[in-house]
Design a protein around this ligand. Structure first.
Ligand code: PGA
Length: 247
């Protein structure tokens, strides 16, 4: 069943990473809004911006359908964590959603599955839509461990949550080998992984619930690869890094 048939929205999420100041953000949003108005796209557009641009971006998008989110949050509600940002802070700054467990954070900042689970709890407690990122490394894919990796990451992050508690959840499948490498997964590879994810979610909460959870693909998506990825039945949207920096 394609997302258009089953009511899951087609979602395009930009992950800006450590790019764009406040003024660059405002210029971008002005241009993007013009493009979106001119083309009447049947897509939802969400942008994961740096913390510093959240508030201005949210204000600039007030009259548009664009949603604004953060790329991370801390796993505790508050406390002596110098330099960290809480769910309450990003919520009040204007975030609608938050990216959690991106592989760059797992790899470069040693984020553990336990931290990721706590981050999910914080996001859900503040009504922030979590976009949970999971994905295998090249080595795991080459050793036929993709399924194991995806199922383990899902289990570790989501075990013990009821579907009701995570009903706003979005999952992003981002194979580590495809991120920022220019080497996107093929639609077939992505679809296969998304089926694994959908089945795993069904094993937690039943297939009706699993069908409701949007699954995004991310990893070197560009204007050429996007349409065919979106044609796959279980790909409900895209999480786009580098290519999202150009409105
Ligand atoms: P990329 O990044 O599109 O630049 O590969 C995707 C991501 O990291 O979310």
């Amino acid at each position: 069943m394609h997302p258009v048939d089953n009511q899951r929205p087609v979602l395009i999420v930009g992950n800006w990473k450590m790019h764009k100041t406040i003024s660059e953000t405002l210029n971008y949003l002005q241009t993007l809004d013009q493009h979106l108005s001119a083309h009447e796209l049947q897509r939802e557009v969400w942008l994961g911006v740096p913390f510093t641009a959240l508030h201005s971006a949210k204000n600039a998008c007030a009259q548009t359908a664009i949603k604004i989110g953060a790329q991370n949050l801390h796993e505790e509600a508050e406390g002596a964590y110098t330099g960290e940002i809480s769910a309450t802070m990003i919520k009040e700054a204007g975030a609608d959603f938050v990216i959690i467990g991106h592989s760059e954070r797992r790899r470069d900042f040693n984020e553990s599955d336990e931290q990721i689970k706590q981050k999910l709890k914080q996001a859900l407690a503040k009504c922030l839509t979590p976009i949970l990122c999971i994905g295998e490394t090249l080595e795991e894919r080459e050793n036929a461990l993709t399924r194991d990796r995806l199922e383990m990451e899902l289990k570790n992050a989501l075990e013990n949550f009821s579907f009701q508690a995570v009903h706003s959840l979005i999952i992003a499948y981002e194979p580590v080998w495809a991120i920022g490498t220019g080497r996107s997964a093929t639609p077939e590879q992505a679809e296969e992984a998304h089926q694994i994810i959908r089945n795993c979610l069904a094993s937690f909460w039943g297939s009706e619930a699993a069908e409701k959870i949007p699954l995004l693909y991310g990893g070197s998506v560009n204007v050429r690869s996007a349409p065919e990825l979106l044609d796959a039945p279980n790909i409900d949207g895209l999480l786009i890094g580098g290519a999202s920096l150009d409105p």
